[in-house]
Design a protein around this ligand. Structure first.
Ligand SMILES: Nc1ncnc2c1ncn2[C@@H]1O[C@H](COP(=O)(O)OP(=O)(O)O)[C@@H](O)[C@H]1O
Ligand SMILES: N[C@@H](CCC(=O)OP(=O)(O)O)C(=O)O
Length: 268
């Protein structure tokens, strides 16, 4: 039998990108959301504590207004996020309810986590929700987090937000689901001979040079922000797995130790 990874994780942050939640035609991928709800509910039943960091607010908002291009002006993005976030949460509520799983919403801004008191408040809320077996669904508070504001509110992207949340709640593992099978030695959308890396033990300048930009018109981060998230996890002595979220039940196989996607793990 193939060798398995050792992933002894009890508290897990799962991040899903816009490309996992929304089809290229702008419609919501209900199958992916259903699979995600089924999988995460199953894990909570199995005694795991799960935080879901979900992008998609702006993408869902765009779909609702039949916009095919993401607007560049900030107020329009804020407004779309406000429209899309509530719809996204309604869909999550319905799907998770099928499995009798309660969820909650946490919208965060960077400045909140910069202040020790508000950071402690956020952690207390996470801890209580997780103790109660409720899944916090986290997103950046896009209507508030605008770069132009004079205090730093923006995380930048949800890849890094997910690693920051993982560090706040002291999660053992970050599972990042994207539209690609893992991290390749070069951008596979550009180079046919790109090779999937099963394990990365160090994120260096050279690693960043292997990463290219985003793959879909809805996402923001691309591979660079995923590497920054991985670096943050590894710095804290934690692990991150980057895998394809087209069928989110892949998480069961990842947690069973199957060598899927790319494992970012510091060498001891
Ligand atoms: N070295 C690389 N390995 C894998 N993907 C890469 C690499 N460089 C660039 N990419 C791109 O990063 C994309 C994933 O990032 P992104 O589009 O932001 O997705 P998400 O919405 O899941 O956050 C891939 O689809 C691919 O086009
Ligand atoms: N907060 C934004 C998502 C920003 C983001 O990082 O998106 P993605 O690259 O798809 O993870 C939203 O909900 O639309």
């Amino acid at each position: 039998m193939a060798e398995r990874r050792q992933l002894d994780a009890k508290r897990i942050v799962v991040k899903v990108g816009t490309s996992t939640l929304i089809y290229p035609n702008g419609k919501i991928n209900l199958k992916a959301i259903d699979q995600l709800s089924y999988t995460l509910s199953g894990l909570v039943n199995d005694g795991k504590q799960i935080v879901l960091v979900s992008s998609g607010a702006i993408g869902v908002g765009m779909g609702q207004l039949n916009l095919t291009e993401r607007p560049t002006d900030i107020p329009a993005q804020q407004a779309l996020a406000a429209i899309g976030q509530s719809t996204l949460m309604t869909i999550y509520q319905q799907r998770f309810a099928t499995y009798s799983q309660k969820i909650s919403q946490m919208l965060l801004t960077h400045d909140v986590l910069d202040y020790p008191e508000s950071r402690a408040n956020v952690l207390n809320a996470f801890d209580k929700l997780l103790d109660w077996g409720i899944i916090p669904v986290v997103n950046e508070n896009d209507t508030v987090a605008v770069d132009e504001l004079d205090h730093k509110t923006k995380f930048g992207d949800n890849d890094q937000l997910s690693a920051i949340v993982a560090s706040i709640v002291d999660a053992d593992l970050l599972i990042m689901l994207s539209d690609i099978d893992g991290f390749y030695d070069k951008n596979p959308r550009k180079y046919q001979d790109a090779t999937l890396l099963a394990e990365v033990n160090k994120v260096s300048k050279d690693t960043y040079e292997q990463a290219g930009g985003k793959g879909s018109k809805f996402g923001t981060g691309g591979m660079l922000t995923k590497l920054k998230a991985a670096k943050r996890m590894m710095k804290n002595g934690k692990q991150m797995v980057l895998a394809n979220g087209s069928n989110p039940s892949i998480i069961f196989r990842i947690l069973a130790g199957e060598k899927i996607g790319t494992l970012f793990s510091r060498e001891d």
